[in-house]
Ligand binder design. Structure first.
Ligand code: C5P
Length: 292
């Protein structure tokens, strides 16, 4: 039997960064939201663990987060079953979109089913946190307010009535590097981001200055071309634009898909990869299908 599944990308609709904690992570507050951009993962039983990625630079062995996820599942289930994962990458890496994390979450959900096992969501969530701060988010559907190091999640339904144009310039930003640029104690998460985002979906004039990404300042200082992408989106008619995660992607909200498509063509001419999410997009968690 084979299982085919899609792993959606997320954007951060706002990201506030607080104190660096004794464990080395930072307390954050962010709203995660899925967009219409997904990797495809095909799982089939095999001897041992193999991950074949369409992206030649992606690590295929132990360094791949899907590989690590399978190892954790073997330990948790006390088994030595194997799996081959064929990964078709559409989500750019190092782009603030959680692609590797989403792939790992889908692996955690799909591989036990392939092996005829059921771990339950709570055990999967405990494994997800070992793989990375934002992996757990991808296990359940919906948007979520994330706090702690990003693993404390409160899911909620968020209707985004705008077309979301995502633009990823060729620059890649390292997340650990970006966290090191944050001045300690410069901001305390405020616990009002979710409300601000919800209000901003009805009245976009509320978004600038209230829905912010604390990574923008240090990342723009070192990568002015990413700030250029944000400026270009605003000039092309976005009602709001913000960098996602630690970059390099920037999203723009557009009143209609036509304006967003037009802006997308211009941004491609500028060398960006683009992805367009229609208004009111709701992907569910990740659709999977079984094949004999
Ligand atoms: O958890 P994840 O592997 O995604 O994090 C990558 C790196 O980003 C961490 O090793 C840490 O340096 C930094 N980080 C942080 N605070 C967070 C999340 C990540 O400092 N909340």
């Amino acid at each position: 039997m084979q299982r085919l599944s899609r792993a959606f990308a997320k954007i951060n609709l706002g990201l506030l960064i607080g104190q660096r904690r004794p464990d080395g992570y930072h307390d954050i507050e962010t709203v995660f939201h899925r967009i219409d951009l997904a990797d495809e993962l095909l799982f089939e039983p095999a001897q041992g663990i193999a991950v074949d990625s369409s992206e030649p630079e992606a690590p295929s062995g132990e360094g791949n987060l899907c590989h690590k996820a399978v190892r954790l599942l073997q330990d948790e289930l006390g088994c030595q079953h194997g799996v081959r994962i064929r990964l078709t990458k559409n989500i750019p890496a190092g782009a603030g979109l959680g692609g590797g994390s989403s792939d790992a979450a889908v692996t955690l959900r799909e591989v036990p089913a392939l092996w005829g096992a059921d771990l339950g969501l709570e055990r999967l969530e405990a494994l997800a946190v070992k793989l990375g701060s934002d992996v757990a988010y991808f296990l359940r559907p919906g948007s979520a307010l994330a706090t702690g190091r990003g693993e404390r999640l409160e899911y909620f339904d968020l209707d985004v009535p705008y077309a979301i144009l995502l633009c990823t310039p060729p620059s890649r930003v390292s997340t650990p590097w970006a966290y090191r640029q944050i001045i300690p104690g410069s901001r305390r998460p405020s616990s009002s981001l979710r409300e601000t985002v919800i209000a901003g979906m009805k009245d976009p004039s509320l978004l600038p200055g209230t829905v912010v990404n604390d990574f923008e300042k240090p990342v723009f200082a070192s990568y002015p071309e990413i700030e250029g992408v944000k400026q270009a989106l605003l000039e092309l008619g976005a009602v709001f634009a913000l960098m996602s995660g630690s970059g390099s992607s920037v999203y723009g909200l557009f009143a209609g898909p036509g304006a967003a498509e037009e802006a997308g063509s211009r941004m491609m001419e500028r060398g960006c990869r683009t992805a367009l999410t229609p208004p009111h997009f709701q992907p569910g968690v990740h659709s999977s299908t079984s094949r004999p």
